[in-house]
Design a binder for this molecule. Structure first.
Ligand code: FAD
Length: 302
C-alpha cells in the first residue's frame, strides 16, 4: 500500500526520517535505530538524499534495507540540485528496479557558497518539475501508480511576506501531481493550522503531514535552527541548557515534542513524521507517548 493510500484511511500515520550513514560506526548506529523504530510498526520510513546526489548510493542502500530487511515501506527523498535529467532518470530507474513507488520530490538547497539558485543546465528548476519528471519516467517503464510527496513550510508561512508564496508554491506542487506534503520542522501548532486552513481556503487539498523533531540537547537545537532557518523557541533552548544531565535534557526535548505532536493530532493532522537524527531513544520515547503505535490509533495512550 502506498503512502497516498495509507493517508486515505482514517487513522493518522506514524513515520520516521533517517539519513544515510557516513562511517562504519554510523552504519552500526543506524542498524540499531532501524530495529528500534521498526518495533513501533511505522507506516513508512523516509530516507534523505544529499543535495547534488552526494549520497545517491548510500541512500539507495538504506532504502533497500528498510524495505527488504524490515518490510517497512520506504519513502525515497530525491533532489534536483546539480543533477541533469539523465542523472535523475538513472536514480529513479534504480529505485523502480528495487520496487520503490513512494518518492519525496524536493529541489534541495543550493551548494554552500553559491549565491542564489541555478539549476543544472539540463536539470530541473523546481520540486514541482521533479513531480512531473518522476511520473513521466515511471510511466515510460510501465509504472503508473507512484505516490509522491512534497515539502511544505509552516514556519515560513507564518512570516507575513512569505505567507502567500508558501501557499502558491504548495498549490503548484499539487497541480503538478503531488499526492501529499510533509512539513519542515516548526514548534508552534498555530503555524501548522495557519498553513492548512489558509491552504484549504485557496484550494490546497493535499494531506499535510507535520514533521516533529525531539531535540535532545541545546547544541542540537542550535544546529537545527542553523540548518532549517527556523528559530527554536528560546524557552526550550534555555530548558535544554539548564538540564543537569543528558537524560534530563532528552526528557525535556521529548516532553516538548510530545505536547506539540498531541496538539497537532488534536488539530486533525493526518500523521506525525518523526526526525530521528539516526538515534532511536528520543524518537521511540516520543512515539510511546502518542496514540499512534502500529499505524492504528491507540486512544488508551491519551
Ligand atoms: P521548491 O518547491 O522548488 O522551492 C524552492 C524555491 O523556489 C522556494 O523559494 C520556492 O518559493 C520557489 N518556487 C517554487 N516553485 C516556484 C514557482 N513555480 N515559481 C516561482 N518560485 C517557485 N534537502 C535535501 O537536500 N535532501 C533531503 O533529503 C531533504 N529532505 C527534506 C524533507 C522535508 C520534509 C523538507 C521540508 C525539506 C527537505 N529538504 C531536503 C530541504 C529542501 O530541499 C529545501 O528546503 C529546499 O530549499 C526547498 O525545497 P522544495 O522542495 O520546497 O523546493
Amino acid at each position: 500500500m502506498t503512502i497516498r493510500d495509507r493517508l486515505r484511511r482514517q487513522e493518522p500515520t506514524l513515520s520516521f526520517e533517517l539519513f544515510p550513514p557516513r562511517s562504519p560506526a554510523a552504519e552500526e548506529m543506524l542498524g540499531r535505530t532501524m530495529r528500534a523504530i521498526v518495533d513501533t510498526r511505522p507506516d513508512f520510513i523516509s530516507i534523505t538524499y544529499g543535495a547534488s546526489g552526494s549520497t545517491q548510493g548510500a541512500s539507495r542502500s538504506v532504502v533497500q534495507r528498510v524495505a527488504q530487511e524490515h518490510g517497512v515501506p520506504p519513502l525515497a527523498h530525491l533532489t534536483c540540485v546539480e543533477q541533469s535529467r539523465d542523472d535523475l532518470r538513472a536514480v529513479i530507474e534504480g529505485y523502480l528496479e528495487d520496487g520503490v513507488t513512494d518518492f519525496l520530490a524536493l529541489r534541495g538547497d543550493p551548494p554552500q557558497g553559491q549565491a542564489g539558485w541555478r539549476p543544472h543546465p539540463d536539470g530541473l528548476m523546481y520540486a514541482s518539475d521533479l513531480v512531473v519528471f518522476l511520473r513521466e519516467t515511471a510511466a515510460a517503464h510501465g509504472v503508473h501508480d507512484l505516490s509522491i510527496g512534497v515539502a511544505a513550510f509552516p514556519a515560513q508561512h507564518a512570516v507575513e511576506r512569505f505567507r502567500q508564496p508558501a501557499i502558491d508554491v504548495l498549490r503548484a506542487k499539487q497541480a503538478a501531481g503531488a499526492d501529499y506534503a510533509i512539513t519542515q520542522v516548526f514548534y508552534d501548532v498555530a503555524h501548522y493550522t495557519g498553513l492548512v486552513e489558509e491552504g484549504r481556503a485557496q484550494g490546497v487539498t493535499l494531506p499535510i503531514i507535520p514533521e516533529v523533531m525531539p531535540l535532545v540537547s541545546a547544541q542540537r537545537a542550535r544546529r537545527a535552527s542553523q540548518i532549517t532557518d527556523v528559530r527554536t523557541p528560546d524557552a526550550l533552548v534555555a530548558a535544554l541548557d539548564a538540564a543537569a544531565t543528558d537524560d534530563e535534557a532528552r526528557a525535556t526535548g521529548v516532553e516538548h515534542a510530545t505536547r506539540l505532536a498531541r496538539d497537532l493530532l488534536d488539530a486533525g493532522a493526518p500523521g506525525i513524521h518523526v526526525i530521528t537524527f539516526n538515534r532511536h531513544d528520543a524518537a521511540v520515547e516520543l512515539v510511546e507517548r502518542l496514540p499512534l503505535r502500529g499505524g492504528v490509533a491507540r486512544r488508551d495512550a491519551l
